[in-house]
Design a binder for this molecule. Structure first.
Ligand SMILES: *Cc1c(COP(=O)(O)O)cnc(C)c1O
Length: 406
């Protein structure tokens, strides 16, 4: 059965939507793998992955099967009842990680909100009300709720909304001495992205995460890893902490977990989880059967040696070609990141032009992202075909050539 829909156009966005986004000039209507088609039938290659969300590209058959199978069974029951997909997903995540408890919600911000509240609750219960300080990194990003913008501490996201959440300190990323100077027995948690995503795809140094772990242990503070962007295979391991061998106390994840279906989660251990006793925290949609059924299929596909190994191989394929484009046109000074989370740092003469690269790429039928004004970000499907990588980067080269020639 097909339903007749009214015609809509991009121009209407500016009339009917709250203007907090500035979407591209075209409207995608269909996707398959790493290809997307717009209203006019134009085909684009998608290296954005819906901002590191579409882990298996568009309309992956395994995810369609999981979603439609569950759609015929049970959509939602609330947390007054549990459901089978929730329990299966929790068990799978726990078998695959350090964790033995999961809490499900609907987004990255909501996962971090839960992580920060849990950290404060644990400290409050164990050590008393004076231990509430959270230390976060400068230029970090943890979501757009008031708590998460307060923690991230970027004025462009946190200012102008009245009083912020108090008890948060900020230190430069990858600076262990600064963290050591800031941490104290008042600290309840240190929160870090293993790779700073939004602010430029900047990976943590090994010694930094190891040192952060040590300092947290010394001060009875919890180490929270925000793996909303780096989680679920994005870096070539199921979670980025596995690259470093540094285990957090609480891990938040979201984006790639649902492969395009909204879901977020925190993972932790029983002795911490117990501080969220009945009624202390909650969310109506969290653990929704549709979301969990899809996420379970995502984990089944991603958490295999073939796919994880493939992500590392694809990284090398991207990197070699991007370096070549960067050198030939003098546009990139560095290609950084891990797995299918890649930052192309614009060279000195091209600084601030990430948005121009996005626009030029779109004109060459290619979708890419930026991470701040100075970094072009790629976060494609974890199973993108080599042919799509090659064709995508050919289009990127055309866009760059046009841009550089003016
Ligand atoms: C995207 C992101 C968030 C926020 O996730 P939402 O689903 O947009 O709320 C939080 N932390 C990191 C590291 C992210 O990349």
């Amino acid at each position: 059965m097909s339903v007749e829909h009214a015609q809509v156009q991009r121009a209407e966005f500016d009339q009917v939507m709250v203007p907090n986004y500035a979407p591209a000039a075209f409207i995608p209507v269909r996707g398959e793998g790493s290809r997307v088609w717009d209203q006019t039938g134009r085909e684009l290659i998608d290296l954005t992955g819906g901002i590191a969300v579409n882990s298996l590209g568009h309309c992956h058959p395994r995810l369609i099967a999981a979603l439609t199978e569950q759609a015929h069974k049970l959509w939602h029951v609330s947390n007054v009842f549990t459901n089978e997909p929730t329990l299966r997903l929790a068990k799978k995540l726990e078998q695959a990680t350090f964790a033995d408890r999961a809490f499900f919600c609907n987004s990255g911000a909501e996962a971090n909100e839960a992580a920060f509240k849990l950290a404060r609750r644990v400290a409050h219960d164990r050590f008393g009300p004076q231990k509430y300080e959270i230390i976060a990194a400068l230029n970090s990003f943890h979501g757009r709720t008031l708590f998460t913008v307060s923690v991230a501490g970027q004025p462009k996201y946190s200012d102008g909304f009245g009083p912020k959440i108090e008890g948060i300190a900020h230190v430069p990323y990858n600076d262990l001495e600064a963290l050591e100077a800031a941490i104290s027995d008042k600290t309840c948690a240190v929160v870090l992205e293993p790779i700073q995503g939004e602010s430029g795809i900047l990976p943590a140094e090994q010694a930094y995460l190891e040192g952060a772990r040590r300092l947290c242990d010394r001060h009875n503070a919890l180490l929270i890893f925000d793996e909303v962007q780096t989680g679920v295979g994005r870096t070539g391991e199921l979670f980025a902490y596995m690259h470093y061998g540094v285990v957090p106390d609480i891990l938040s994840t979201a984006k790639g977990l649902g492969g395009g279906f909204p879901i977020g989660a925190i993972l932790t251990r029983t002795e911490l989880a117990q501080h969220f006793s009945v009624g202390v925290h909650g969310t109506t949609f969290g653990g929704n059967p549709l979301a969990c059924a899809v996420a379970e299929a995502v984990i089944d596909v991603v958490n295999t040696p073939e796919v994880l190994q493939g992500i590392k191989a694809k990284h090398e394929r991207f990197k070699a070609r991007l370096q070549q484009i960067g050198e030939q046109y003098g546009i990139f000074s560095q290609i950084r990141g891990m797995g299918m989370l890649i930052g192309c740092v614009l060279s000195e003469p091209c600084k601030g032009k990430a948005k121009d690269v996005l626009v030029a790429a779109e004109q060459a039928d290619l979708m890419v992202l930026q991470a701040g004004p100075d970094v072009v970000r790629l976060a494609p499907s974890l199973v993108i075909e080599d042919a799509d990588i090659d064709e995508g980067l050919l289009r990127l080269e055309r866009a760059v050539a046009r841009l550089v020639r003016g």
